[in-house]
Design a protein around this ligand. Structure first.
Ligand SMILES: *[C@@H]1O[C@H](CO)[C@@H](O)[C@H](O)[C@H]1NC(C)=O
Ligand SMILES: *[C@@H]1O[C@H](CO)[C@@H](O)[C@H](O)[C@H]1NC(C)=O
Ligand SMILES: *[C@@H]1O[C@H](CO)[C@@H](O)[C@H](O)[C@H]1NC(C)=O
Ligand SMILES: *[C@@H]1O[C@H](CO)[C@@H](O)[C@H](O)[C@H]1NC(C)=O
Ligand SMILES: *[C@@H]1O[C@H](CO)[C@@H](O)[C@H](O)[C@H]1NC(C)=O
Length: 439
């Protein structure tokens, strides 16, 4: 309680409505935090929150970086999940997080696409407002960056690193290209430092059909290690090493078979769905492929007594993030992945939960959240992006590399994963080889 009180007292809000543009900005009195809305398109409002690092080191030869964190989903809130559950200065109980990435950079969280977290559209029935492609999402983000960076010369001194998790990886690479274009056109004043993709969804086929179980939520468990990783590398983004093409192994099923989570029947059932997905993807049937992806989850769930897709060593029920509330749900719903999005925002490791925090103390602190906007992913965000969901973004990585932008890929996996997984598949032709102790 005393802590909460302190949390309130230490904050004084200033509000400024910048004349001429459709942005609203607020922040703490000491200037260590700023947040605001940018109307990225008419009736589409994107929320951002910037933390200045107390650990900043002034070194002209190595300017202090800003990290833009992009959450997955599509539709999960970076301002909520990334900030309070992963890398921000405070955890979900508002206790200081020792491993906060503020130790290495300023942090910019955004609720992207519009409709995620505190971002909102004025009319939820207007189907023209949600973004329908990764590129549209990137254009909105670029508009936001222009608003946040262009008027702030001190911010422009910091190279911007875009770090993304899961589906956010697709936004990160499209944003990288969109931002570069805007920079070249003189419309955006910032220096793009690099891009890092954590458990990214840039190649769904590799992750679902050919490579391994997707491990987006592993990031949450993997963060401490990631932090050490950034720490050791001094936030330097490493170059990629091109690896040779490998054969597709249809390995979601084989992996689970290898660790005895499914039997031969399960293996052949899942392999046949995986083959179907592969075919649908090669025929350009992306919506069908997305449905088959959910079917594959259901098949594997049935044959494995509901293995936890984010950690094959657990059953769905035991997942500290996903399992505890929704045991009943698991046997009725097939949409495990989208369900995960809901449940992950509902659960914290303690009795607190994130929506209560975000719509309670945090909303009061921020002051500028409209009363009829509640925190959390609007279902329309995910729905509108379904046709995009299974499309790869590998070529965007190639383009970024060709333009001299460093791209880092890291996939957070338990050590036991490493033994069974081919770390790369046919079309994922780049991967980083970080120091072994960090794997
Ligand atoms: C916090 O992190 C620092 C730097 O990584 C480390 O030296 C220190 O031991 C950590 N403190 C705790 C309480 O974990
Ligand atoms: C919130 O209320 C305002 C003012 O009444 C209205 O214009 C807006 O459309 C509402 N927004 C949502 C998301 O319902
Ligand atoms: C520029 O951004 C920094 C945060 O990095 C902030 O402290 C400062 O107040 C901003 N300046 C303006 C003019 O908004
Ligand atoms: C990319 O990474 C390499 C190796 O860490 C580094 O030497 C180079 O300066 C980086 N390039 C950019 C544009 O940051
Ligand atoms: C999975 O099991 C449930 C419950 O037994 C059943 O209704 C469903 O049809 C099964 N799904 C598949 C794809 O086998």
């Amino acid at each position: 309680m005393a802590k909460l009180l302190f949390f309130f007292l230490s904050i004084v809000i200033f509000l400024s409505l910048l004349p001429g543009d459709l942005a609203i900005t607020a922040g703490t009195e000491d200037g260590s935090e700023q947040w605001g809305y940018v109307e990225v398109r008419p009736k589409a409002h994107m929320f951002w929150w910037l933390y200045k690092s107390p650990y900043r080191v002034e070194d002209p030869s190595k300017p202090w970086p800003v990290i833009l964190w992009l959450q997955g989903g599509p539709g999960a809130s970076g301002v909520g999940l990334g900030n309070f559950l992963e890398i921000g200065p405070l955890d979900g109980n508002l206790k200081p997080r020792n491993s906060t990435w503020l130790r290495k950079a300023d942090l910019l969280f955004v609720d992207s696409p519009v409709g995620a977290g505190f971002s909102y559209v004025d009319d939820v029935r207007d189907s023209s407002l949600p973004v329908k492609t990764d590129v549209e999402a990137a254009i909105d983000l670029t508009t936001l960056l222009k608003e946040v960076f262009n008027g702030n010369e001190s911010l422009q001194q910091s190279p911007l690193y875009v770090v993304a998790e899961s589906y956010g990886g697709k936004f990160a690479v499209t944003l990288g290209l969109s931002a570069l274009k805007a920079i070249e056109a003189g419309e955006l004043k910032l220096k793009l430092g690099g891009i890092a993709l954590g458990d990214s969804w840039i190649s769904p086929e590799d992750f679902v059909v050919c490579n391994s179980i997707s491990t987006s939520t592993y990031t949450i468990f993997f963060l401490v290690r990631m932090f050490h990783y950034f720490y050791t590398l001094k936030c330097q983004v490493k170059t990629f090493i091109k690896v040779s093409l490998l054969n597709c192994k249809l390995s979601w099923g084989p992996l689970l078979k290898a660790v005895s989570r499914i039997d031969n029947n399960g293996l052949s059932a899942s392999n046949s769905v995986a083959q179907m997905i592969k075919q649908q993807l090669s025929d350009g049937q992306f919506v069908e492929a997305e449905h088959s992806f959910f079917l594959l989850e259901e098949v594997i769930g049935n044959y494995s007594n509901y293995v936890d897709f984010y950690n094959f060593m657990l059953d769905f029920d035991n997942d500290p993030i996903e399992g505890s509330t929704n045991v009943a749900l698991k046997r009725t719903s097939t949409k495990t992945y989208s369900k995960y999005l809901d449940s992950s925002s509902r659960i914290l490791s303690t009795s607190d939960d994130l929506p209560t925090l975000m719509d309670g103390v945090i909303r009061e602190k921020l002051k500028i959240i409209p009363t009829n906007v509640s925190w959390g992913g609007q279902p329309f965000v995910f729905q509108a992006l379904i046709p995009e969901f299974m499309k790869p973004r590998i070529k965007d990585v190639d383009e970024l590399l060709a333009k001299g932008i460093n791209v880092t890929v890291y996939n957070g996996q338990a050590r036991s994963y490493r033994a069974t997984i081919e770390p790369h598949a046919h079309s994922l032709s780049y991967m980083q080889l970080p120091p072994k102790q960090h794997l």
